[in-house]
Design a protein around this ligand. Structure first.
Ligand SMILES: Cc1ncc(COP(=O)(O)O)c(C=O)c1O
Length: 339
């Protein structure tokens, strides 16, 4: 038995999810004729009481489409310096949108309204036009940290004042929702576009939705086609996402609980340095004394547990749907056994 804590992207469809996929009604989605995709897209829009949504293969695609639709070449995008849209999407902001980034140091992946204000360029021909702010909730490199609703509302006020669009990379939106017990409809009021992934911790093999106004999603569909993301009988995948929406959201709380159990074991070890506060399902911590990220990950691997070094002295572990209580216990024992 391998306990794979490298990422929540490793979850696999359960037999019940596969059954939902096998029995899905499908059609050609590029023609708008896939009933399962159409149903998922209207469910996703109504989650936030927004007008429309579009189903895409990946969270990278939904983020990049959103950025493309919100910007013009030469514009500037404000985001946190470790945000996925900036450091993990292959330079996509430059590649796809011809825009540049102004990155804020922030705090555990989050940025704040006063920091955004400082980064907005004046209306001056020498300067790039600031047009978009991107937030990530939960923040991957921030160790699964969550935004307070109040902080997002304050950023929204700044965006309204300076005529900026506001996009949410909600790859792990449901983790934030469950952890903070927030009102999802408020997200629909705050953001101009929201990307939500079903391939993280939810068991789905593929799929993200981008949600926004009807006109925004009309443009997004065009960009999705340009990027080669127009899928045909995508209803099989949409059925998995619909299954996840119905069955795999509330249980994310179990993953958060499992992460806290693992942290309790880490705290007690001399070879563990700073641990980012654990709010959801991601644990990021430093190694010290006789361990580097690699030696620690190697020691775990010898006990059939996989974790991922994210720098020379930092390791990430992520709990998810396919991590059972037994696996958590096994991980705790393994951590205790390493010196
Ligand atoms: C915060 C965040 N945004 C976006 C993505 C991209 O998702 P995908 O792997 O579906 O392209 C990821 C992937 O891990 C992520 O962690």
């Amino acid at each position: 038995m391998i306990t794979d804590l490298r990422s929540d992207t490793f979850t696999k469809p359960s037999p019940a999810m596969l059954e939902a996929m096998f029995t899905a009604r499908v059609g050609d989605d590029v023609f708008g004729e896939d009933p399962s995709v159409n149903q998922l897209e209207s469910m996703a829009a109504s989650l936030f009481q927004m007008e429309a949504s579009v189903f895409c293969p990946s969270g990278t695609m939904t983020n990049q489409i959103a950025i493309k639709c919100h910007t013009q070449p030469g514009d500037e995008v404000i985001c946190q310096k470790l945000s996925h849209v900036y450091i993990y999407e292959g330079g996509g902001i430059a590649f796809n949108s011809g825009s540049q980034v102004k990155a804020i140091a922030g705090d555990r992946g989050r940025i704040y309204a006063d920091q955004v204000v400082e980064m907005i360029n004046p209306d001056d021909v020498h300067r790039a036009r600031t047009s978009l702010v991107c937030l990530e909730n939960t923040s991957n490199r921030g160790g699964g940290s969550c935004y307070e609703m109040e902080d997002m509302l304050q950023i929204k006020q700044v965006c309204d004042l300076y005529n900026l669009q506001l996009h949410l990379d909600g790859a792990r939106f449901f983790n934030a929702l469950v952890a903070k017990k927030q009102n999802r409809l408020q997200y629909g009021e705050i953001f101009d576009s929201i990307s939500v992934c079903f391939n993280k911790g939810m068991g789905c093999p593929i799929g993200s939705v981008l949600v926004g106004s009807a006109s925004f999603i009309k443009s997004a569909r065009r960009v999705r086609k340009v990027l080669g993301g127009g899928m045909r009988q995508a209803g099989y995948m949409a059925a998995a996402a619909r299954y996840a929406l119905a069955n795999n959201i509330e249980r994310l709380g179990d993953d958060h609980h499992h992460a806290k159990i693992i942290v309790e074991a880490l705290i007690r070890k001399d070879y563990v340095g700073h641990i980012l506060p654990v709010e959801t399902n991601i644990i990021i911590f430093e190694l010290k004394n006789n361990h580097t990220a690699k030696t620690f990950a190697d020691a775990l691997r010898h006990q059939d547990i996989l974790a991922i070094p994210i720098s020379a002295n930092q390791v990430r572990m992520v709990t998810h749907l396919d991590i059972t209580e037994d696996m958590v216990r096994q991980t705790v024992d393994a951590i205790k056994a390493i010196d």
